[in-house]
Design a protein around this ligand. Structure first.
Ligand code: PMV
Length: 312
């Protein structure tokens, strides 16, 4: 039997700008996980795979799933990459505690977990880079034109500084960071949010490019602050990133209510994370304020709150 977990993620700074070639920072969130378990089925035809994914109500043979179904694609891409055509039948069970449509990398984590588990089960483990590259192909089915940040951060399971089309730079924070993640309860539709920015960018390229440049500057400063352990410098950079995300139209009243609530309750910095228009906000906090900030977020309508730690 093969069983493994892959974490969720948040984007610390740089979302949307990363689609336009600027860098972004993402960190894994181990408090939520996608899990895949594989076991051999004794009395079934060779080369067949049974998929059990209760979260998405799938319990079926993979060859009976419709063509283009992302889980089926992830499995087939992996078998092709491994160049394996003959294998004893097996069952794949997928479960996940990563909230969907909330900017926490649920689809990328499920893909990486599937790809990793199948390659281990079939005796030919793929490298992290190969897992990420295959998951990127599946991300395109989910999100249209993804930057590739989600598949990279969940495959590496480490903080990354990422620019589209380049290998991610894995880095280690100089100090422990505590981040509260609060869900607006409104689904964040990545493809739609990215498409909305694209339409506005087309009609006013100079304005959008200038904002992406400013986001890029913040992200580069943030990387330095994190590596040198200057957490107090990082907070204001996140606040400034939020203002720029509002300017490109990916925030929402619900997001801003939670961001302001965290800031008023003493967060060092707060912003939306991921595609926006809904989904999660993140707040960098001093641990001594954790309870006050969580209470304030709950009062302001957060439907769930996760506290995560990033350690040196
Ligand atoms: O909402 P998520 O977790 O899918 O993150 C989207 C991040 C974007 O920068 C908006 C899109 C991308 O592909 O990088």
């Amino acid at each position: 039997m093969t069983s493994l977990n892959v974490p969720g993620k948040i984007i610390l700074l740089g979302e949307h700008a990363v689609v336009y070639g600027r860098p972004a920072i993402a960190i894994p969130v181990h408090d939520v996980q996608a899990k895949v378990t594989i076991s051999t089925i004794k009395d079934a035809d060779a080369n067949s795979i049974y998929l059990d994914a209760p979260n998405v109500h799938i319990s079926d043979w993979v060859h009976d799933l419709s063509e283009g179904q992302p889980l089926r694609e992830a499995i087939q891409l992996t078998l092709s990459a491994l160049n394996i055509h003959e294998f004893p039948a097996f069952q794949l069970r997928i479960s996940s505690t990563i909230p969907v449509a909330s900017g926490m990398g649920s689809s990328a984590a499920v893909s990486v977990a599937l790809i990793r588990a199948i390659s281990i089960h079939l005796g030919n483990p793929l490298s992290i880079e190969q897992q990420s590259a295959l998951a990127f192909e599946v991300e395109k089915l989910h999100h249209g034109t993804p930057s590739g940040i989600d598949n990279n951060v969940v495959a590496h399971e480490k903080p990354i500084f990422y620019s589209r089309g380049e290998q991610p730079q894995v880095f280690i924070p100089g100090e422990r960071m505590v981040i509260v993640i609060a869900d607006t309860g409104i689904p964040s539709q990545t493809a739609q949010a990215v498409e909305g920015v694209r339409e506005r960018w087309v009609s006013d390229e100079d304005y959008y490019e200038a904002i992406f440049d400013q986001i890029s500057d913040l992200t580069i400063l943030a990387k330095r602050a994190i590596i040198s352990g200057q957490i107090s410098v990082l907070g204001p950079l996140m606040n400034q990133n939020q203002v720029l995300l509002e300017a490109i139209g990916v925030s929402s009243p619900e997001i801003e209510k939670l961001v302001q609530s965290a800031q008023s309750a003493g967060a060092l910095g707060a912003k939306l994370s991921g595609a926006g228009r809904g989904g999660n906000i993140i707040a960098l906090i001093d641990p001594s304020h954790e309870q006050t900030i969580s209470d304030a977020l709950e009062e302001s309508g957060a439907v769930s709150i996760i506290s995560t730690r990033v350690t040196p």
